[in-house]
Design a binder for this molecule. Structure first.
Ligand SMILES: [Fe+2]
Ligand SMILES: [Fe+2]
Length: 505
């Protein structure tokens, strides 16, 4: 691993209030999954030491819990050792983190979900701890109202409004206790709505009367650091971001897909742009699946799921085979719908070309040193109703909220099924350079604290089911991102040669 991934790793430790020694860094950079090992090191050392030494990394590696090779990644070209030195460009592709962390842990569902929420709490509280705004940080069970002021980090379990004044009462939990706090209406802490199961830091003010519940003076969210090292490719290269192909559906936009293929082969007026596109990222709902919603059969052109994936193989082979294609599954794909979802199994992907990498949902990987988190976006179905003013037509607003929470799908027990793994794979750590989602079937480009946000449209026309649910799709769009400059061009393939859709961002 080279160049700017080294800087990413240093910044990653910095965000966790750790200084990484040069020897430790070298050892990590030699490993195939440096971030997985780094996370393990941070978990082990906790608050004990502000330094990460070579010995600490060695001891994690000696236990052999971190993976040695990219077992989740299939196909694709192996990294070329000639281009992977500190002075050379970064490797074209590197898997950093698979969201899927294996089958559930624990003997009972209760134990398994408890482990999941502990993992989330620990991962996110590590990002909040040490903030100057959180003085006198205490475990909930050690709080005393005589303290006057103290801070806690808690997971939001309950949110209700007081009947007359509309102040908020939050119930927050940490690993050893539970607490009710008051967020006064119109106070700075009430500026962003709270969401169930997000992790927040709260600075509290205790009243003189011990029976009154403490007030929230300020709120710290995990957030994207205001200044951070941003990954950039060191050579001119571009990536195109797509989503929600829904192959097998009668409403797959075959003609528009043809226009996309023509463009990528350089057979249009924008041939020079196409020639620099080396990467294709597809954010899930690769096929339409079967039995996903009531009476789906009548919307299907291909009613057999294996055949749908064979069609996916054919459609991807329409694109130039020099391009590296990365795909993750979505809620229509034929894997367990509980998130994080594993990568598609081999029996469904044998028809995909050797240039296609099949990853889990979500996944974090680097393209030419640029860190990308790809998540299908099922949690839009829970977050949009929970955030006042949010809508499917502006998915990037919801994605900003994901970055502030550093979590892709916090809400438990609603429409997004969560898999009870021992590690919460939906925590967004490290912070990516690009976050891409789909699922909304709309198109959006925005930026938040240097992170590029993309919602990558769809290749399915409006279905009756969507009409029923009042979702107006924005199909056949694609974002082309220059990985060296981060310039974005939005293209519309609905008619013939691509048209610029909106101004370059
Ligand atoms: Fe979809
Ligand atoms: Fe979806």
């Amino acid at each position: 691993m080279a160049g700017n991934l080294r800087e990413h790793l240093v910044a990653y430790f910095e965000e966790h209030q750790k200084l990484v020694e040069a020897g430790a860094l070298e050892l990590l950079l030699d490993h195939s999954h440096p971030l997985v090992v780094s996370q393990e090191v941070i978990e082990r050392t906790g608050e004990v030491s502000p330094f990460v030494t070579r010995e600490m990394v060695e001891s994690v590696l000696a236990e052999g819990r971190a993976p040695r090779s990219g077992a989740q990644a299939r196909g694709g070209r192996p990294p070329d050792p000639r281009t992977a030195g500190p002075a050379g460009p970064a490797p074209p592709f590197q898997l950093l983190q698979s969201g899927y962390a294996g089958p559930p842990s624990g003997d009972t569902p209760l134990e398994a979900y408890t482990a999941l929420f502990h993992s989330r709490y620990r991962a996110l509280s590590r990002l909040i701890r040490g903030r100057p705004g959180l003085d006198n940080l205490r475990p909930i069970k050690e709080l005393r109202s005589s303290d006057g002021a103290a801070s806690v980090i808690g997971m939001v379990r309950g949110i209700r409004e007081t009947p007359q004044r509309h102040h908020l009462i939050l119930t927050v939990d940490d690993e050893g206790g539970s607490l009710e706090v008051l967020v006064p209406k119109d106070s700075p802490g009430a500026r962003l709505p709270f969401l169930p199961d997000e992790v927040v830091g709260l600075r509290l003010q205790f009243a003189k009367e011990p029976q009154r519940i403490p007030r929230v003076a300020s709120v710290e969210r995990p957030e994207i650091p205001p200044t951070r090292t941003v990954g950039r490719a060191r050579r001119p290269t571009r990536a195109i971001f797509l989503s929600d192909l829904h192959l097998g559906s009668r409403s797959f936009l075959s003609e528009s897909w043809g226009h996309l293929a023509e463009f990528l082969h350089g057979r249009g007026p924008q041939g020079d742009v196409a020639a620099s596109i080396d990467h294709v990222v597809i954010a899930g709902d690769l096929v339409d699946g079967i039995g996903i919603y009531p009476r789906q059969e009548k919307d299907l052109a291909i009613a057999d799921v294996v055949e749908q994936y064979a069609e996916l193989g054919r459609r991807l082979s329409d694109l130039p085979d020099r391009m590296n294609i990365v795909v993750i599954p979505g809620n229509h794909d034929a894997v367990c719908p509980a998130e994080p979802q594993p990568a598609l199994p081999g029996n469904l992907t044998s028809t995909l070309g050797p240039n296609v990498r099949v990853l889990s949902n979500p996944s974090t990987f680097a393209l030419e040193g640029v860190v990308i988190s790809a998540y299908h976006g099922r949690s839009f179905d829970d977050l949009i109703p929970a955030i006042p003013g949010a809508s499917y037509s502006r998915p990037t607003d919801v994605m900003k909220r994901m970055l502030q929470m550093r979590h892709l799908a916090p809400i438990y027990g609603d429409r997004t099924p969560l898999a009870p793994s021992a590690r919460d794979g939906l925590v967004l750590d490290p912070a990516p350079d690009i976050l891409v989602t789909g699922h909304a079937h709309t198109y959006g480009v925005d930026r938040y604290r240097g992170v590029l946000l993309l919602n990558a449209s769809t290749w399915q026309a409006e279905t009756e089911y969507q009409r029923m649910r009042n979702i107006v799709p924005v199909p056949a769009r694609a974002a082309v991102v220059d990985l060296a400059t981060f310039g974005v061009v939005s293209l519309d393939f609905s008619e013939g040669d691509p048209k610029l859709a909106g101004a370059a961002t």
